[in-house]
Write a protein that binds this ligand. Structure first.
Ligand code: COA
Length: 91
C-alpha cells in the first residue's frame, strides 16, 4: 500500500486499511497478515505475529511482520510460515 507523498497524512492510508479489513471480514477471512511499519500497522490492531509463532517467508525484522484476527481465536494453534503469492516475489 502506498499513498502519494503529496496526499499523505490526510487519512487515506487509514481509510484503505479500514476498508480492506472490512472487506476481508465480509468475505469470511479469519485473519490478515502484514509486512508493515511496526509503528503504523498497530494502530489498526495488528500485533507482531511472533505471538502465534507465525513467521514471514521473507527476511524481515520480527516486529515488522504482524497479524490481526478478524475472528477471535482464529490464529490459535496455527503456527507456521506465511507463503505469499508468487507475484510478490517480483516486486
Ligand atoms: C504508510 C502510508 C501508506 C500512510 O498513508 P497516509 O495516507 O499518510 O496515512 P494516514 O493519513 O491514514 O495516517 C497518517 C499517520 O500515519 C503515520 N505514518 C505514516 N507513515 C508512517 C511510518 N512509516 N511509520 C509510522 N507511522 C507512519 C503518520 O505519522 C500519521 O500519524 P498521525 O496520525 O499521528 O499524524 C504512507 O505514508 C505511504 O505511502 N508510505 C510509503 C509506502 C509505505 O511505506 N507503505 C506501507 C507498506 S506496509
Amino acid at each position: 500500500m502506498a499513498v502519494a507523498s503529496a496526499r499523505q497524512r490526510k487519512g487515506i492510508g487509514s481509510a484503505l486499511v479500514g476498508a480492506g479489513l472490512e472487506q476481508c471480514t465480509a468475505l469470511g477471512f479469519g485473519a490478515v497478515v502484514v509486512l508493515g511499519h511496526p509503528t503504523y500497522s498497530p494502530r489498526f490492531g495488528f500485533i507482531p505475529s511472533t505471538r502465534w509463532n507465525i513467521h514471514c517467508e521473507y527476511e524481515a525484522p520480527p516486529e515488522a511482520f504482524m497479524a490481526i484476527e478478524l475472528q477471535k481465536g482464529y490464529l490459535a494453534g496455527r503456527a507456521g510460515t506465511i507463503r505469499y503469492h508468487p507475484a510478490f516475489a517480483e516486486v
